[in-house]
Structures are given as C-alpha cells and as structure tokens.
Design a protein around this ligand. Structure first.
Ligand SMILES: N=c1c2ncn([C@@H]3O[C@H](COP(=O)(O)OP(=O)(O)OP(=O)(O)O)[C@@H](O)[C@H]3O)c2ncn1[C@@H]1O[C@H](COP(=O)(O)O)[C@@H](O)[C@H]1O
Length: 87
C-alpha cells in the first residue's frame, strides 16, 4: 500500500524527470495560483463528503486534498520536515 511518504517521493521524481502525460508535471507548470485553487476545491469536497457521504468517499477526498498539498509543497520547495517543525 502506498503511503504519503511514498507518494511524496514519487512526485519529487516526476517533477525532476518530467515524464510525458504526468498530471503532476502539468499542474506544477500551471503554478501556485492554480494549485491554490485546486486545494480550495478539494478542501470543499472534503467538507461536503464529511457532511453527506460514506467513510470511503470521505477518505478518497482526503487523499486527493493531501495529494494537492504535496504538489504545492513541491512547487514551493518545501519538504515534509519543514512541516513537521510545526506539529
Ligand atoms: N494521488 C494522486 C491524485 N489525487 C488526486 N489527483 C488529481 O486530482 C483530481 C481530483 O479529482 P476530482 O474528482 O476532484 O477532479 P476532476 O474533476 O476529476 O479532475 P480535474 O478536472 O479537476 O483535474 C484527479 O483527477 C487527479 O487529477 C491525483 N493525481 C495523481 N495522484 C497520484 O500521483 C502520482 C503521479 O501522478 P501523475 O503525475 O499523473 O503521473 C500517481 O501515483 C497518482 O496515482
């Protein structure tokens, strides 16, 4: 099973190697403004799923929000350790 650390390592690799067809690479190229809007959208979907949907649907929305946060981290050059300092 993939963990968030695995996903972060995969996304770092994609950002560096820029494989054809990667949605992550395309999203990184669009920039912080687009990524920020995606984070807001996914956060809204998490809220709605928590109010109205199943545990599975909520977990899926949360995974997508965490994906987009990781893409923003990479765009801004942040590493997990930069966040851990505030936990
Ligand atoms: N975990 C994710 C992931 N979570 C969410 N998303 C993206 O976020 C979108 C969220 O779906 P929504 O239903 O909210 O939106 P949508 O309307 O379907 O999609 P959009 O039109 O808004 O893009 C998905 O369509 C994906 O584009 C992800 N995209 C990629 N990954 C993983 O990231 C890795 C790298 O992916 P690539 O860069 O595409 O190779 C792979 O392991 C992928 O599984």
């Amino acid at each position: 099973m993939k963990t968030f650390d695995d996903l972060f390592a995969e996304l770092i690799e994609k950002a560096a190697t820029r494989p054809e067809g990667s949605g992550t690479v395309a999203a990184l190229d669009k920039g912080v403004h687009t990524l920020g809007k995606k984070i807001i959208e996914e956060a809204g979907e998490v809220w709605l799923a928590a109010e109205h949907e199943s545990d599975d649907a909520l977990a899926e929305e949360m995974s997508q929000l965490l994906y987009w946060l990781q893409v923003m981290m990479i765009k801004r050059g942040l590493k997990p350790e930069d966040l851990y300092r505030f936990l």
